[in-house]
Design a protein around this ligand. Structure first.
Ligand code: URA
Length: 441
């Protein structure tokens, strides 16, 4: 097959056949097609789109470009959860232990931070000693022993996505619906779960900024799941502002521990309980979402959720005492309290800019080779709609140096608009999309 002819075909808006897509994807996985031709194809797809049939074929070819995990040695229905990416989005560290504490095995492969968004693996690695690298046998043994494991995806899972994602990142082709849908779903299908709950973010910090775009993405991924024979529930949730109050790796672990200890309530807990109850429903453990939510709340109130997190940390070589003594997590050199300094109402947030501010402090990678500083980031004390006076706590910065704190403070102030008149609080949940249809809120 001739790659130039395939690029020409997509360039002129024609649909590719299954064989052509498989050829292109296998070329990406094995390295037999050079990056410049892959990049040209990605841009042609970004500009001309793909039919539903092409998107499904692309997903399946990417899934089959490597190993598909076999979780059959873990008894019970395994349900995975995936977020399309956000800021202060620490739901995995809360819902995974809670769902496991309700008796549903959680065998989760997570990702690293990407651009302005944080990644579960980077957060977990801020816990002293903890490893996210396990072979499949150890992973399965851990889930069978304690009901829970969160590790990095093995290199043999969807290798075509690895190549294509890295190219998309540097060729302005990330924001393509068929490319996002196939990238996420190929990895989820390859990770071997029986059902999948997707948290599709919408708003200024999401990969899709508009509700229409997020809805289209959610529908595309649910349709792919249906064709692949896996039940998928996509919940569209707001990313107009960071979900949790803490942004940064150790800070987000602390946020999760605070939630699991019952010390923190709010948006992060609410979305975690909602996604977790969808997981319990897909696993057949709860008949309704209300029942699921009550089970998760009970696991939280009794401390069983926090105990599960401790067991997972210990099983993966980390120090579980961090759950009782937060000071065991990495600490920043400079801690600066910043007040609002004005009167008004917290209005729109540029959430990408907030994520970038944390990234530039060292919480994320600017270059692939960058080493993350687990201690840095910030805690946002205000949410959209809050009333401010000059002395209202606004943000606490955790930085490597005073200079970094100055830069972050300026970037955060610039990213948050203040209004002179009251501001409506944006919804936390917009819609739930399943194969049966769309429910909006
Ligand atoms: N997350 C992914 O894994 N892939 C994308 O394309 C976007 C978000």
């Amino acid at each position: 097959m001739n790659m130039v002819a395939l690029i020409e075909k997509k360039k002129t808006g024609q649909a590719l056949t299954q064989e052509e897509i498989t050829f292109f994807v296998n070329g990406a996985a094995t390295g037999s097609i050079p990056d410049y031709q892959l990049a040209a194809m990605l841009m042609a797809i970004r500009l001309n789109g793909m039919t539903d049939e092409e998107t499904t074929q692309l997903t399946l070819a990417m899934r089959d470009s490597g190993d598909v995990a076999d979780l059959s040695a873990i008894p019970g229905i395994k349900v995975d959860k995936h977020s399309t990416g956000g800021v202060g989005d620490t739901t995995t560290l809360i819902l995974a232990p809670l769902v496991a504490a309700c008796g549903v095995p959680v065998a989760k492969m997570s990702g690293r931070g990407l651009g302005h968004t944080g990644g579960t693996l980077d957060k977990l690695e801020s816990i002293p000693g903890l490893s996210v690298e396990e072979d499949e046998a150890t992973f399965i043994r851990q889930v069978n022993d304690i009901g829970l494991a969160v590790i990095g995806q093995t290199g043999s899972l969807a290798p075509a996505d690895k190549t294509l994602y890295a190219l998309r990142d540097v060729t302005a082709t990330v924001d393509s619906l068929p490319l996002i849908a196939s990238s996420i779903m190929s990895k989820k299908l390859a990770s071997g779960a029986d059902g999948i709950v997707l948290d599709v973010k919408t708003g200024s910090g999401a990969i899709m900024h508009t509700l229409e775009g997020s809805m289209e993405l959610a529908k595309a991924m649910v349709a792919i799941g249906k064709l692949a024979g896996k039940p998928v529930t996509a919940v569209i949730t707001g990313m107009e502002q960071p979900l949790g109050t803490h942004v940064g790796n150790a800070l987000e672990v602390k946020d999760a521990i605070d939630v699991l200890s019952g010390r923190t309530k709010g948006a992060l807990l609410e979305v975690s309980l909602l996604l977790g109850s969808h997981m319990l429903k897909l696993a057949g453990k709860a008949a309704t979402l209300d029942e699921g939510k009550a089970m998760l709340q009970k696991a939280l109130d009794s401390g069983r959720g926090l105990e599960k997190l401790k067991a997972m940390i210990a099983a993966q070589g980390g120090d579980p005492n961090v759950c009782d003594d937060i000071s065991l997590l990495p600490q920043a050199k400079v801690i600066r309290q910043v007040t609002a300094g004005c009167t008004g109402y917290t209005a729109d947030m540029d959430t990408v800019a907030l994520g970038n501010a944390a990234q530039l402090m060292g919480a994320g990678r600017v270059l692939k080779t960058d080493i993350i500083d687990p201690a840095v980031g910030f805690v946002l004390h205000t949410r959209i709609g809050d009333k401010l006076t000059p002395d209202t706590p606004f943000v606490t910065l955790y930085a490597k140096s005073e200079e970094d704190a100055d830069k972050a403070e300026a970037a955060i102030r610039k990213a948050i608009a203040i209004s002179g008149t009251p501001v409506a609080v944006p919804p936390l949940v917009y819609a739930v999309v399943t194969a049966d249809g769309v429910e909006t809120f």
